[in-house]
Design a protein around this ligand. Structure first.
Ligand SMILES: [Zn+2]
Length: 66
């Protein structure tokens, strides 16, 4: 009997064990493509929440002074 335990990782999205073998699980370290997309969506959503504010001291120059 040579039943070696399959290496798994914890899916960052749902916490279920996910196969680490990329041939069995192309979505690793997630358990499924769906969890991968959920995580990517969460990241995208997170970046959208960061306000893209220009620093107040940002001086692009004075185009009218020329
Ligand atoms: Zn998952």
């Amino acid at each position: 009997m040579t039943a070696k335990p399959e290496k798994t990782v914890k899916c960052p999205t749902c916490g279920k064990p996910a196969a680490w073998d990329k041939e069995k699980n192309p979505a690793r370290p997630f358990c499924s493509e769906r969890c991968r997309l959920i995580d990517l969506g969460a990241w995208a959503d997170e970046s959208h929440r960061i306000p893209d504010a220009t620093p107040p001291d940002f001086d692009p120059g004075e185009p009218s002074s020329h």
